[in-house]
Design a protein around this ligand. Structure first.
Ligand code: NAD
Length: 255
């Protein structure tokens, strides 16, 4: 365990699985106390137990982020427990149905935009208010996707939500800069998580990373820890001069 984030508190949405789970582990091992927000209660309990076993402090908070009216209370509750908030990682996300433009139904569109864009916006709004009030700056990292930067082989509602998240990151960075709050995004490529299980087994993922529209320069599937390392970097004191940027963790799938 390092101590670079010792005394800092963080919220990670979608922390019960995949990239979020690896991010919780990375932040805890850097010394932060982490509130893990997710709708998956069993996953939440497992990740919090994991953090505690490693000597860290983590808090499980069950919430369905599609129910955005609950966000202000949940943020207040976490800050009530931790006393302050220094880091927010918006990692929860859904692909929704794999629909093309002419197939798209409004229910699916609204669901994807709510979880992938509206919930992160409201999380940022309520967390940033606290960060500004408490002083001392803060770090926000939004998990976008390489789908935001290419037009083939991504469900259109998903790709659009992730592209909007990149601009949300830039606009929020401009607004929150005077308060010393850094706002950045990461854009993962194909990563072995619960989300990509829908694409097939490990061999299918490897084929996708090696050729076709999701291909990357190393022909390598990312692991959740590869993305978590970039998120952690954007939360560390050493990245203090970086804001409004999107860090691509897709092994060059987007160059
Ligand atoms: N896996 C990839 O290849 C990949 C690529 C690019 C971007 N991403 C992004 O990375 C992020 C993390 O996804 P992952 O790949 O780790 O997938 P994952 O399915 O393993 O994890 C997603 C987590 O978000 C939670 N979640 C989803 N909807 C929620 C809701 N309404 N309320 C609360 N929690 C909710 C899930 O319960 C789960 O724990 C997502 O934003 C995803 O879009 C993933």
């Amino acid at each position: 365990m390092s101590s670079e984030l010792s005394g800092k508190t963080a919220i990670v949405t979608g922390g019960a699985s995949g990239i979020g789970r690896a991010t919780v582990a990375a932040l805890v091992s850097a010394g932060a106390s982490v509130a893990v927000l997710d709708r998956d209660e069993a996953g939440l309990n497992a990740v919090v137990e994991e953090a505690r076993k490693s000597g860290g402090k983590a808090l499980a908070v069950g919430i369905d982020l599609a129910d955005t009216a609950k966000i202000p209370d949940v943020v207040d509750r976490v800050i009530g427990q931790f006393g302050r908030i220094d880091i927010l990682v918006n990692c929860a996300g859904v692909t929704g149905k794999f629909q093309s433009l002419i197939e798209i139904d409004e229910k699916n569109w609204d669901f994807v935009q709510t979880v992938n864009l509206k919930a992160p916006t409201l999380m940022m709004k309520h967390v940033a208010k606290h960060m500004i009030g408490q002083g001392g700056g803060g770090r926000i990292v939004n998990v976008s996707s390489s789908s935001a930067f290419r037009a083939r082989n991504s469900p259109i509602a998903y790709a659009s939500s992730k592209a909007a998240l990149v601009q949300l990151t830039r606009s929020a960075a401009a607004e929150l800069g005077p308060h010393e709050i850094n706002v950045n995004a990461v854009a993962p490529g194909i990563t072995a998580t619960g989300m990509t299980r829908a694409l097939g087994d490990a061999e299918a993922l490897q084929r996708a990373a090696s050729s076709g529209p999701l291909e990357n320069l190393f022909h390598r599937v990312s692991q959740p820890e590869d993305v978590a390392a970039a998120i952690l970097f954007l939360c560390l004191p050493s990245s203090r001069q970086i804001t409004g940027q999107t860090l691509h963790t897709s092994a060059g799938a987007v160059v």
